[in-house]
Design a protein around this ligand. Structure first.
Ligand code: HEM
Length: 402
């Protein structure tokens, strides 16, 4: 057997395939992906701590490209991406993570609930004003996170739409390969990202001249030799946008779908709003936004009797780990009050999601407001899932409110 996570049926529902892999071949070589798939909770958890599995995966690509010819526009953007903490190992990662963590701490995320509620309500007002079938992804789940990140970075309100386009373009460049149509979109995305680069550079200059309460000002507040350069600040803005956008959109959309498919759990949440925090954890476990994380192997490693060679790739299948019966009782049952719930939807170890507190806050507010304000919500048609490897992501979630 060679597992392919990108067939239409696996994209629509990968969980049966994950169950087979966990039971029969938990350290699986997939010819389709030319990568190892780790599907058990304990193996995925251990992999996060294993130094043989590296996150440093953009710099080698860039070095190869630069060695083979003239630098292109793509190289400039890849250069920006290569500075992201999420594609670096210590010690580069350690320094960037520490600086970002300091800036996140100053953001008083717990106090952002009201601001986030106001943004959600604005979109829900428009949604409620419409009638008939409407797409909850484009109307509610998609616009929220980019607006929140733009606000956090101190960007003027009028510029927020551009953040959404850049986020899509970043996703295309960070993940997208192959196909002529894709190559053309890739070129367009690169042009968009050059615009983003110029925009963030200007924002950095403005904040240097006039610091505010925003996160970008906090990121540049240090005066010691550890401080971020302008290039690093631009890269950090792009990373926060990229890492926090699609993930949170999908978190809200997948959570809403799971609730619509489990009306008894939806009724339970409606009857007991106190359940919201554990409910969001369970919804992240049950159908979280990240399916697969990637690692490069830098030293031969034996796992489950298989030899994983340096130079190969490993896919850590988070969505499978979170359904492992060895870790979770009745893993395919959605139980909003599940406790304990040690899911790893936010990863684990040194790269564990630095925006988790913000992501939880956004998902709680959005799901809470959807449940409260849309009592007659119903699923209008079966969703179409994107054939994406890394993310668990719907094209649209067409619903109707009554
Ligand atoms: C529900 C939404 C989210 C999920 C499920 C999620 C999940 C994750 C996961 C699994 C990782 C680990 C990546 C790895 O090990 O390679 C990660 C890293 C990261 N996340 Fe999130 N994330 C979410 C939202 C956010 C938000 C809102 C932000 C910021 C605004 C953010 C910023 C980051 C950053 C900067 C990293 C890299 C951390 C590092 O390399 O040390 N994420 N996220």
């Amino acid at each position: 057997m060679t597992a392919d996570l990108l067939t239409p049926s696996a994209s629509a529902d990968p969980y049966a395939l994950f169950a087979t892999l966990r039971a029969e071949d938990p350290v699986h070589w997939s010819d389709a992906h030319r990568a190892w798939l780790l599907t058990r909770y304990d193996d995925v958890s251990a992999a996060f701590q294993n130094k043989a599995f590296s996150n440093d995966r953009v710099r080698p690509v860039l070095a190869r490209r630069q060695a083979s010819g003239e630098p292109t526009a793509a190289d400039r953007v890849l250069g920006l991406l290569s500075g992201w903490m999420v594609v670096n190992d210590p010690p580069v990662h350690t320094r960037l993570r520490k600086l970002a963590a300091g800036a996140f701490k100053g953001q008083r995320i717990a106090a952002m609930g009201e601001q986030i509620s106001a943004i959600v309500d604005e979109h829900l007002d428009a949604f409620l004003a419409g009638s008939g079938p409407q797409d909850l992804v484009s109307e509610v789940a998609y616009p929220l996170p980019a607006t929140v990140i733009a606000t956090m970075l101190g960007a003027p309100a009028g510029d927020r739409d551009r953040f959404r386009d850049w986020s899509d373009e970043l996703a295309l460049v960070a993940f997208g390969t192959g196909g002529a149509a894709r190559a053309e979109r890739h070129e367009r995305a690169l042009r968009g990202l050059q615009e983003m680069d110029a925009y963030f550079r200007e924002l950095v200059a403005r904040r240097r001249a006039e610091p505010g309460e925003d996160m970008l000002s906090a990121l540049m507040a240090r005066e010691d030799e550890d401080r971020l350069t302008d290039d690093e600040l631009v890269a950090m803005c792009a990373l926060l946008l990229f890492a926090g956008h699609e993930t949170t959109t999908n978190s809200i959309a997948n959570a809403t779908l799971a609730l619509l498919r489990h009306p008894e759990q939806l009724a339970r949440l409606r009857a007991d709003p106190e359940l919201l925090a554990p409910a969001v954890e369970e919804l992240l476990r049950f159908d979280g936004p990240i399916k697969v994380l990637n690692r490069w192997v830098v030293a031969d490693t034996v796992l489950g009797g298989r030899t994983i060679r340096a130079g190969q790739r490993v896919h850590l299948v988070l969505a499978s780990a979170n359904r492992d019966p060895a870790k979770f009782a009745d893993p395919d049952v959605l139980d909003l009050a599940r406790s304990p719930n040690p899911h790893i939807a936010f990863g684990k170890g040194i790269h564990a999601c630095i925006g988790a507190q913000l992501a939880r806050m956004e998902t709680r507010v959005a799901v809470g407001r959807i449940v409260e304000r849309l009592p007659g919500l119903s699923l209008e048609q079966e969703p179409v899932w994107k054939d994406a490897l890394a993310s668990r992501s719907m094209e649209t979630l067409v619903v109707r409110h009554s």
